[in-house]
Design a protein around this ligand. Sequence first.
Ligand code: NAD
Ligand code: UDP
Length: 337
Amino acid sequence: MNILVAGGAGYIGSHTCLVLLEAGHQVIVADNLINSKMEAVRRVEQLTGKNIKFYLADVTDEKAMEQLFSENKIDGIIHFAGLKAVGESVEQPLKYYHNNVVSTMVLAKMMERYGVKKFVFSSSATVYGDNEIPFVETMQLLPTTNPYGQTKVMSEQILTDLAAVHEDWAVTLLRYFNPIGAHPSGRIGEDPQGIPNNLMPYISQVAAGQREYLRVWGDDYPTIDGTGVRDYIHVMDLAEGHVKALESMDEQKGLAVYNLGTGRGTSVLELVKAFETVNKIKIPYQVKERRAGDIAEFYADAGKAARCLGWKTTRTIEDMCRDTWNWQSQNPRGYEE
Ligand code: NAD
Ligand code: UDP
């Protein structure tokens, strides 16, 4: 298939492009490089020995998308092109609503105009809010506490309404849990700009000596050791989930929603320990106050994706820690030379 990967230069997008190319699909990337580097796309081409057709374009720009769709016959779209910094979304809500919701609407318009019938959307476990665990696709969603989460809820709603009227469309909402890790080659990985907010990039910068110590946001949660628990998923497993979702669409019509997680929770201190053991590097940390808006514990019910897509994660927390450090140690400044 000819797949448009919107946001394909980013962390999850670049790994998904690699898996798509290896599975024999053609890849067209549209990315404005607002949070990524062209080097990621080059490295995916090097790793696979295949070409990616790249458009330096903003997905909210309807004219630019018109040009792309008129020049290419697109069979399916994967939409990764979102802004994802929760804190920034609280400070700059309009920027988030515009980027993340308008991009979804522009891509949906292109589907209507150009007869594209397959759409995969990057959603997030954040849409569940502070729900009972494990999170199941059939749950009533609870309010999210930030504009970033709202943009995911809104995009899901828009796509749900569209799937209801376009009976020949297949629309899949993938709710990711916490992606970490990198391609085992260490050539592509997560390249956060500035001080990382997320746990794993922070740990790996502490390991590299770029930060003095990890700040553990609270150790008084009702969890196994008092620290927050998340369902960490290897980015390669996540990427493979997208390809499975796309390839299942010949049989599937209408809307489908899947959790992409492992079904297992890991605490902050368990992740620190695993990283230390696998990579033989000490991670100093200090316990601080809870971070505002954090949920104590969540993980996926991963059963539906296994049943319907035949997809299951195969990589362990140890693989995630080893591959993260492999990438970080080979690329201490990310994609910058
Ligand atoms: P990322 O920032 O690495 O990748 C997003 C890519 O989209 C970047 O290359 C960025 O330059 C591009 N982009 C953003 N807005 C764009 C626009 N308007 N036009 C063109 N390109 C644009 O982030 P990621 O971690 O790869 O996340 C991909 C998607 O998955 C996002 O939608 C994110 O919200 C969602 N998601 C991520 C996580 C996570 O923890 N990483 C969890 C759940 C959901
Ligand atoms: N966390 C932490 N220190 C950090 C970053 C994160 O203790 O520097 C904790 C955070 O409180 C949460 C877990 O690690 O319990 C995962 O946080 P992350 O931001 O990676 O994911 P999210 O909370 O968005 O699921």
